[in-house]
Design a protein around this ligand. Structure first.
Ligand SMILES: Nc1nc2c(ncn2[C@@H]2O[C@H](COP(=O)(O)OP(=O)(O)O)[C@@H](O)[C@H]2O)c(=O)[nH]1
Ligand SMILES: [Mg+2]
Length: 186
């Protein structure tokens, strides 16, 4: 595509400038993460004010995050008031599974996005009565790469590893395993 006017490969009826504008490097990644970190700090302060303990569950798709939540919620719901924020690219399948346990749940669909970020979580929290919640479980989008970079404001990041994925996954995707406070083998 033509940079000057956005026209396609055919149909030029005008001349384009021969000279290129001077190049400038902008460090985009740094800016995105600093904004996310600011919003995550806001989420963390909100959780602290409300006395809510928060976990961010991360793993490959299909390694058992929702199954672990379902079982945990059924076993502990009479002792702890839980809420669950679900992240997936599409569908409300996981929020529906959680809601079936009697736990408040809200689904975030990220579309093309491969992780939850602090902005999405902040808005997701608007769907709950935070006064009544003691523990917030955030199930991240299934992915061992991008969720490692995005703080959501959680107390602990929890990484699940299913044995069928192979024992070399922490070697192949070290940041997530290194930065998680808890790791579960399923
Ligand atoms: N055999 C076995 N299957 C499991 C276990 N945990 C989850 N599953 C199955 O693995 C599939 C994916 O689990 P799910 O909880 O949806 O994974 P998620 O994508 O990480 O949330 C489902 O069909 C589960 O029933 C487990 O401990 N053992
Ligand atoms: Mg799931």
């Amino acid at each position: 595509m033509c940079i000057d006017c956005g026209c396609g490969p055919s149909g030029h009826d005008h001349q384009h400038k021969e000279t290129e504008a001077p190049r400038k490097t902008i460090s985009v990644e740094e800016d995105i993460l600093s904004k996310n970190n600011r919003l995550a700090a806001g989420n963390r302060a909100l959780f602290a004010r409300q006395g809510i303990f928060t976990l961010n569950l991360v793993s490959s798709p299909g390694s058992g995050k929702t199954s672990l939540l379902e079982k945990t919620l059924v076993d502990l719901k009479n002792e702890i008031n839980f809420a669950v924020l679900e992240g997936d690219q599409q569908t409300t399948n996981d929020a529906d599974r959680i809601a079936a346990t009697g736990t408040p749940a809200h689904q975030i669909n990220t579309g093309a996005g491969c992780h939850l970020d602090a902005h999405m979580v902040g808005h997701g929290l608007e769907h709950f009565d935070l006064e009544t919640i003691q523990m917030m479980m955030i199930e991240n989008v299934g992915n061992l790469v991008c969720p490692a970079s995005f703080d959501l404001g959680e107390d602990f990041k929890v990484t699940l590893l299913s044995v069928t994925e192979g024992e070399d996954k922490p070697l192949k995707y070290p940041p997530l395993f290194r930065d998680s406070e808890i790791m579960l083998i399923n």
